[in-house]
Design a protein around this ligand. Structure first.
Ligand code: SF4
Length: 374
């Protein structure tokens, strides 16, 4: 189960998520709407809980804790196998009392939006925390008994060099995280970064430079003992994200809140991304407006192939045949031949996986499988 808390203390110039600058009155009304959606939602026995945003820790810690307790009581009386909250490592928000409230409500994993540990890059990204704030926040979380720590980093930031990227990776490793996610900066339409890119594309790294940075992440985190278990995700053994693993396994999930996505019984749906439309509908007790699409037959198999290929294990062809009634080698024969020739996939009798080379062009390779089926 995913729950979206969309308010942020400030807005980062590259961000395209469903988020709004914090206004206490809007945040309170949103919480009422979310609680109304929870009350009206059908039962769903999810194994994991993920509070994402936005910046979930813009809400008071006790408010978050009460929400988590209510979600557990409603959907997981036996507790969740993993409960994660995304956090901004702002020192005012990452207090011992906050982590204590999260832990006592059952949150056992924290994911910090670090993005960089290099001051000029943080400034370019519009982030207001410092490397010292990140260190303090991680120590405070662990001091409160939340041991499972994930750090998000961004590569491809204007002005970033191989050396500065290595400095962020090494700085992150010095904090002994359990999990690291590395995302290539994408230029999203309608953001200040899109305007900057339109004015001055030379300020941004080329695709080749960005690929070099990705390679540095793979090598650095691999040398430190992290499993590269999904294109953007690295974990110490036993510390993969169970929540995200369910997405890549094409499992069912329910998203609550503005812009949240769900996948249930073959139907993929997304709530409206407009705050007022979501809040008004939820408070009125009606259906939340949005899009829905039933994935069937080859389209569903294609989606599953695309997701599985993102992972270290890749597609298990016998499990795939059992679940989707598709002989992977036969159905995807032409795509497999083409991708093998480019050295982007490895095909064995039991599995199909991305090669290291394939990971650098993963969107194209995974997309080819989805399109072929589609
Ligand atoms: S990147 Fe995160 S903190 Fe920044 S505006 Fe987007 S959701 Fe908020």
């Amino acid at each position: 189960m995913y729950v979206h808390l969309p308010f942020c203390p400030y807005i980062c110039p590259y961000c395209d998520f469903a988020k709004w600058p914090l206004r206490r009155s809007s945040a309170a009304r949103y919480l009422d709407a979310l609680r109304a959606e929870i009350a009206a939602a059908p039962d769903f026995a999810g194994r994991t809980l993920f509070l994402g945003g936005g910046t979930p820790n813009t809400y008071e810690p006790d408010t978050v804790a009460a929400l988590v307790r209510d979600l557990r009581a409603r959907f997981a009386p036996g507790g969740y196998a993993e409960s994660t909250i995304e956090l901004n490592p702002d020192p005012e928000l990452c207090t011992p009392a906050a982590f204590e409230a999260y832990r006592s409500a059952g949150i056992d994993r924290v994911s910090f939006g670090v993005q960089s540990l290099v001051a000029p890059e943080l400034a370019v990204l519009g982030r207001r925390h410092t490397a010292a704030d990140v260190r303090d926040a991680v120590a405070t979380a662990r001091g409160a008994g939340i041991a499972n720590v994930s750090l998000d980093l961004i590569f491809g930031t204007p002005g970033q060099t191989a050396e500065s990227w290595r400095a962020s990776l090494q700085g992150a490793l010095a904090l002994a995280p359990d999990h690291v996610s590395t995302y290539g900066l994408t230029i999203e339409d309608g953001t200040p970064f899109a305007d900057w890119f339109a004015r001055s594309p030379g300020d941004f790294p080329t695709n080749d430079a960005e690929a070099d940075l990705y390679g540095i992440a793979i090598d650095t985190l691999g040398a430190a003992g992290f499993e590269h278990y999904e294109i953007s995700n690295f974990a110490r053994p036993g510390r993969r994200s169970a929540h995200n693993a369910n997405y890549w396994a094409n499992g069912d999930y329910v998203g609550l809140g503005v812009g949240a996505a769900s996948f249930r019984g073959g139907v993929r749906s997304t709530h409206v991304r407009e705050l007022a439309a979501y809040v008004d509908a939820a408070l009125a007790g009606g259906a939340i407006p949005g899009d829905a699409e039933r994935l069937e037959g080859p389209a569903r198999a294609g989606e599953a192939a695309m997701l599985a290929l993102r992972t270290l294990e890749g597609v298990d062809v016998s499990a795939f045949a059992e679940r989707y009634r598709v002989d992977f080698h036969e159905f995807y024969g032409p795509v497999l031949t083409e991708m093998r020739a480019t050295g982007t996939i490895d095909v064995t009798p039991t599995h199909v996986r991305l090669t290291r080379r394939g990971r650098f062009v993963a969107n194209d390779v995974c997309g080819a499988f989805a399109l072929y089926a589609g």
